[in-house]
Write a protein that binds this ligand. Sequence first.
Ligand code: DHB
Ligand code: FE
Length: 291
Amino acid sequence: MATVVGGIGTTHVPSIGRAIADGKQNDPYWKPFFRGFDYVHYWLARTKPDIAIVFYNDHGLNFFLDKLPTFAIGAAAEYRSEDEGWGIPVSRSIAGEPDLSWHLINALVADEFDVTMCQEMLIDHAVTIPMALIWPSSALSDRSWPVKIVPIEINTVQHPLPSLARCLKLGQSIGRAVSSYPQDLRVVVVGTGGLSHQLDGTRAGFINKEFDALCLDKIVTEPETLTRYSIHDLVELSGSQGVEFLNWMAMRGALTGRVNELNRNYHIPISNTAAATVVYDNQTEGERRAA
Ligand code: DHB
Ligand code: FE
């Protein structure tokens, strides 16, 4: 049986790609942010996942405002990226796991999530930057990535957006579907983007430390309490791009066991963004009984 071994939350700011390309990880501006990944690397070396299911939002590379699904899932054997105009290197392709993707798609539709299924799907910086942060040596070399991916896209761009409750349930549906997949695969779930930020308008540069702290506290053991915030509350409290927290809620939903926060790093600012990096453990009932 496949198992969700844990979850990772991370920002996906494009300028991180420039910092990596220029080797700036130890510069004073970047160091407190990149240090937050030391624990991620330590944890991955121990947990050794085979698959990463990545909840993210596309910013106009694969989907545009003319056709924008609320939820879309990749079912490709390979995911390519392309130049989005940020002036950063284009990531190498990442292999997919179509059998698992179709299993998840079947389970989601059976669970009344009518997702858009994509046998071709370009992945943008919201997947490639987290991949480069989480598996830096594979991103910088020709060595193949240690995981295959299933990208799951959530609309955080064009209103109406799905609610926090809906994204939590989407994640829960994915979590259940993984545990009914017959192959022994170790799966890490990743949520990208956030935390508070706003890139445009009169509130450009908006950051809300207090609300970010509340979200990071509540999401661990009582994510349901966050579902009382409407999308409009979330825009007000977190910024118009802070709504990328929806990807984090889906990631958290996929952790259906007992969840512990193993590590948290929070750093302001990375570009215009409050950058959070977290690692969550997902202890299944079987593991609890054995412990
Ligand atoms: C920035 C943040 C984002 O979430 C994004 O998609 C692009 C840019 C930023 O803070 O620069
Ligand atoms: Fe973004």
